[in-house]
Design a binder for this molecule. Sequence first.
Ligand code: G16
Length: 544
Amino acid sequence: MTIRTVKTIPFTDQKPGTSGLRKSVTAFQQTHYLENFVQSVFNSLDGYQGKILVLGGDGRYYNRIAINTILKIASANGVGKVLVGCNGILSTPATSCVIRENDAFGGFILSASHNPGGPNGDFGIKYNIGNGGPAPEKVTEAIFAQSKVISEYKILEAADINIDRPGFFKLGMMEVNVIDSVDSYLKLMESIFDFDQIVNLLKSNSFRLCIDSMNAVTGPYAHKIFEHRLGASIGTVINGIPLEDFGGGHPDPNLVYAHDLVEILFAQNGPDFGAASDGDGDRNMILGHNFFVTPSDSLALLTANAHLVPAYKSGLSGVARSMPTSMAVDRVAAHLNLPCYETPTGWKFFGNLLDDSRATLCGEESFGTGSNHIREKDGLWAVLFWLNILAVRKESVESIVRQHWSEYGRNYYSRHDYEEVDSQRANDLVNVLKLKLTDLAGKNYGSYQVDYADDFSYTDPVDHSVTSGQGIRIGFTDGSRIVLRLSGTGTKGATLRLYVESYEADKAKHNLDTQKALKPLIDIAQEVANIRHYTERESPTVIT
Ligand code: G16
């Protein structure tokens, strides 16, 4: 087997976004495109020679081809050993778990998360560092810098290896170990939650659940954990076979894209508990019978009930949420006397807080929650957390959430997405709004008075790095907020996200329809940011 050095020229668009490099499959299929990026990763790193890397993906179209290409580039660059998920399958949280368990140098996750897959869909690649978490900004910037000057890459000339069953291979000087995709992750979950208590809950005839894997990566995990290990009846997991195009669906667990599950849970005799996860298994949506738990509320509830879970019963060191996430968790943290951190959007910003034991639980409005057990958000971990709480409290999801609201008040919250907006117009909206910010404080809009208006900037308390331009916040004197930012994960045009939040302490007012409760603030956002004009849309594409 010989190592070939291939001449190439840079692509100008390989800047990783909120979560890795995401592009259409056709972009990745361009000659040298994937190779350039992977070699740029190696060129930006020091000291990986002879070390272990982890490699897997969410099973989407192009996953298998990319795995064999990456293995050959890794071998040519002197990596010692690669652990590959069987069939190329490793969820994002499982990859983080395997990196940490094996003291690996880092890992590649092949996924475009919740973006649709298939030949006309999206593909993506993320590099994770040795703590198991997404590469921080300084690493992704170094990768991007390398991608702009790359002139050659190294690749081993060898036949593809068979990743369809566990086994050991040699690729040049490098070892390849194809591992079971689920085992390590299941072991970790067993060490966190009270599986016996969950088994008892699932045994009782009165409790029924439904888990929607959306034909994406969590299928094998969910079958093994819920049906085989915890004893839920066969059929509990729906859409449990990972498909290269996710069955034509959009593997994003929210009320719009997980509508199959929503219909099941909102039917008259629907199950007591439902959950869905996304393409790569790091997101979750939690439903009770006839009841939706917002991700922001879910984070607050997990924090308030963490003492019921074996791994967290001795207490939390702190909590963290991304800036646009509702402030529901802040109230729980204040009550428990815990530090509460507000970070920019992107799981990578939680890494230092977790490594430095400043936070135990983290969460985002974008259906992501996780803890210090790994360094990624973790969809099935959140589902097990909820089941553990339900097993101990023996109450319905709705009653647990309503009790929480009575105690802490309710944060009405919604996100409006305007997808595939003309990029220039979306940037114009943001730039024009930025110019207005200094004049907004003190202004009155109906009964609302602007308390502050700024462009969010974050100073990491651990390494003191500063990240600015992270979204526009307009806060009102009653604690309500409007946040606007452009998504960093879309691949077509721009996606404008509008996040709206208001706080209601009065229990008698906890039953309002969310969109109605937030209408005055939504109208203010239209007025201040001129959203219809810039997006050329009458209404959002997705409301969650
Ligand atoms: C990624 C990031 C999350 C972020 C989400 C949405 O999630 O890991 O931290 O909240 O994208 O980001 P944006 O609003 O910029 O589109 P995932 O599940 O897509 O990897």
